[in-house]
Design a protein around this ligand. Structure first.
Ligand code: C5P
Length: 220
């Protein structure tokens, strides 16, 4: 009998984009599909973990036996994740969180005023959810993601150090948003290795196996 690699582990995952309201009918978002995060949720559940998935606005079916919490904004994602993080063993931040939001969403739909001048927005920075979880005492083992257009290894190494996470996963470009395949670059304290181009569920299963190895280093 081979026990499952993540049996008894609790895994918390963020996925998808966030949506930052400008007014009741408009907002700022991005092209994240959530596919990678949802595939990782499925793979972790199949590996025996209890999985909580905090999802921004996406069109993805919830994987079987996964607890899903839907949110819209970065602040809501932060407020959903932080109280749960301490009760989880692993935190995987795949969400493409907006860096900024309009300082205040207008209460009513913004209208053209005839002056020809567009409205000006003040933006404020959103909380960094991954960095906040990585700062917790006794917090979960944290995995961050990076999507970069160039110098992926250097940026991934820098991001790993800046966010203070043990494992940083780079999307090996170009334009993985919405695609069914990807390749990943895993960067940890010992160096880096590549998971070559494959469909996202295959990569998710490989990543889950890599995470399990790091949680149970003595498992044969
Ligand atoms: O700083 P950057 O957005 O490039 O870092 C990407 C990583 O940090 C991803 O794992 C993403 O989910 C996470 N992140 C976050 N909260 C933010 C910004 C990024 O959790 N506000």
């Amino acid at each position: 009998f081979q026990p499952k690699a993540l049996a008894g582990r609790r895994v918390l995952i963020t996925a998808g984009p966030t949506f930052e309201a400008i007014d009741p009918v408009r907002g700022i978002t991005n092209h994240s599909s959530g596919k990678m995060g949802f595939a990782i949720a499925r793979a972790a559940q199949e590996a025996g973990a209890q999985v909580t998935l905090v999802a921004g606005p996406v069109h993805q079916p919830t994987p079987a036996h996964v607890r899903r919490i839907d949110v819209q904004s970065a602040q809501q994602m932060h407020d959903a994740v932080l109280p749960l993080a301490g009760a989880h063993d692993v935190f995987i931040a795949t969400a493409a969180v907006a860096d900024w939001r309009p300082a205040a969403a207008a209460g009513q739909k913004l209208k053209k005023d005839g002056s020809g001048r567009p409205p000006a927005f003040e933006m404020v920075e959103n909380p960094d959810i991954l960095a906040a979880v990585a700062r917790l005492d006794d917090g979960p083992y944290c995995i961050g993601f990076a999507a970069e257009s160039h110098d992926l290894l250097r940026h991934a190494q820098e991001k790993r150090a800046r966010k203070n996470v043990p494992l940083l996963v780079g999307n090996i470009g170009p334009a993985t948003f919405g695609q069914d395949t990807n390749a990943l670059l895993l960067v940890d304290a010992h160096g880096h290795r590549e998971l070559p181009q494959a469909d996202k569920l295959t990569l998710a299963r490989q990543l889950v196996a890599e995470i399990a190895l790091r949680l149970n280093p003595s498992t044969p």
